[in-house]
Design a protein around this ligand. Sequence first.
Ligand code: UT7
Length: 319
Amino acid sequence: MATNDKGIMTIRGSRITGWGTALPDQIVTNADFEARLDTSDKWITERTGIRERRFGGTTASLAAEAGKMALKSAGLVPSEIDLLILSTTTPDLTTPATSSVVQDLLGTGGGAFDLNAACAGFVYAMVVAGGMIKMGTNRVLVIGSDTLSKITDQNDRSTAVLFGDGAGAIVMEADPVEDKILSYDLGVDGSAMPILYCNHGGYMTMEGREVFKKAVRVMVESAKNVIEGAKLTSDDIDLVIPHQANLRIIEAANQRLKIPMEKTSIVLDKTGNTSSASIPLALAAAADSGRLKEGEIVLFCGFGAGMTWSSTIVKWSKE
Ligand code: UT7
């Protein structure tokens, strides 16, 4: 907390003021995989909840499209942005950072950098943005963009059916009245690296069942940490925005947290697992359909390769 010129403690918090999304045009259905791999719509739907996903675009082009929409929704022009954080696991180039390309496409002001915490990256980026705002930054454009189709072996049924491409973005702005980020929890267990990784130039390798078990465990622990950190209980959560990897993972975590599925935003049936993009895509779906009301309590919860995890509780307030 900062003090003003009279020595009185002042709050410099943050809130979400805009959001946007981008999905490539090409829709790949479960039937498309059924036609060429030893799999079925039934297996994919029952084991994952995924029915279709999108393929195409570059990480930068999708990020810029989502970012542009988020700026419009916040009523800002690009030069009013002081910092751009791009969460991605699939940068278009090794260097420079993909955020440089996005900065040029959008014309944002201030600095820009990429952040990679795999599928937990978007919430990591939200927390970093909140910290930067506390340090004096006014407006941060936070984007999650991934083109996982490029690092997925499309002939391997155990991974091909799971992943898709897309982007989502939010604008976070300084809030002088109240910090709408009530608590956060970031974590990593690097010893779990071998269960999900991708070498340079290669394809993702995953021990699905192991990732599944650990994902449920870390999501529940992390969510409990932020609920407790915000001095709330599960009953106070109005909406969960979880990483969208597998419907069964979300159901198992919700069950353990005693949060009903009706209070959860799900987009994975239409998007597959889009890594960094999945949480902002699910947020935008909820916000656009009027599911988020002023003052409601939103739990964001991510996990991914690393193994990383990240949660935050936000009091929803656009105004
Ligand atoms: O963002 C984080 C990244 N990843 C994740 O979160 C993924 C976490 N893991 C999962 O979502 C699930 O473990 C999977 C969806 C990957 C797999 O589901 P599962 O219920 O854990 O299945 P399994 O790996 O235990 O495999 C069961 C069977 C196997 O056959 P056998 O050994 O029982 O004969 C697999 O070979 O299902 C088979 N299988 C498939 N069958 C049809 C695996 N993939 C497919 C497929 N179609 N696409």
